[in-house]
Design a protein around this ligand. Structure first.
Ligand code: CA2
Length: 188
């Protein structure tokens, strides 16, 4: 196997340049579009850097927002970063993403473990969402082990600190460029 295994993947991508480009061109006027990704942070994440650095690190929410915007510009995404302590705001923003964004990075904070409303909103909009947690929720209290977000998420990243947001944006950038991976065979 070795290096031979990578060849079909490169070949498959080269043979479908139109599918990658189709998402990047506005059909109304032919101009290039930059995909939009919402990065949504839930309750108490505004306290980052102020308390509990052993669990959440020393960086502030402003640092995290800056990291997301830098990742976005590197990946060719417009990243819209928001934080709220209110469940309804998160539900409204997820609904807004239906027409305004191609992907969502969501750290719903404690609402991850309680909110059927956020679960329903994610299911309803059908925009791919990556669930992110700074801490490894599975190594913490048992009430953090269940997530209402995970069943409706495209993927889940936990325990990698702020890097998790960067990885989530990378995953969404790939997915946006190739929207239906299941329909694309890896072999040419
Ligand atoms: O690990 C994560 O990212 C969490 O989503 C953070 C939530 C927690 O409820 C989840 O179980 C896991 C809490 C965010 C609160 O952040 C604080 C930061 C500093 C001081 C106090 C809270």
């Amino acid at each position: 196997m070795g290096s031979g295994a990578a060849l079909p993947i490169r070949t498959a991508r080269r043979e479908r340049p139109d599918r990658r480009a189709a998402l990047l061109i506005d059909p109304r006027n032919g101009s290039l579009l930059t995909p939009v990704v919402f990065v949504l942070n839930g309750p108490n994440l505004n306290l980052l850097g102020l308390r509990e650095p052993a669990i959440y690190g020393a960086g502030t929410l402003a640092d995290l927002e800056e990291l997301c915007r830098a990742s976005g510009s590197r990946l060719g995404l417009t990243v819209d970063v928001r934080q709220s302590n209110h469940e309804g705001d998160l539900v409204d923003w997820i609904q807004e993403a239906r027409t305004a964004a191609q992907g969502i990075v969501l750290n719903a904070g404690a609402l991850t473990h309680t909110s059927v409303a956020i679960h329903d909103a994610l299911r309803a909009v059908g925009v791919p969402a990556i669930e992110v947690h700074l801490s490894n929720v599975h190594a913490r209290e048992s009430f953090r082990h269940h997530s209402y977000v995970s069943p409706v998420a495209a993927g889940v990243i936990v325990g990698l600190g702020p890097d998790g947001y960067d990885f989530a944006l990378q995953a969404l950038a790939r997915r946006i460029a190739r929207p239906d991976p299941s329909s694309e065979p890896i072999t040419a």
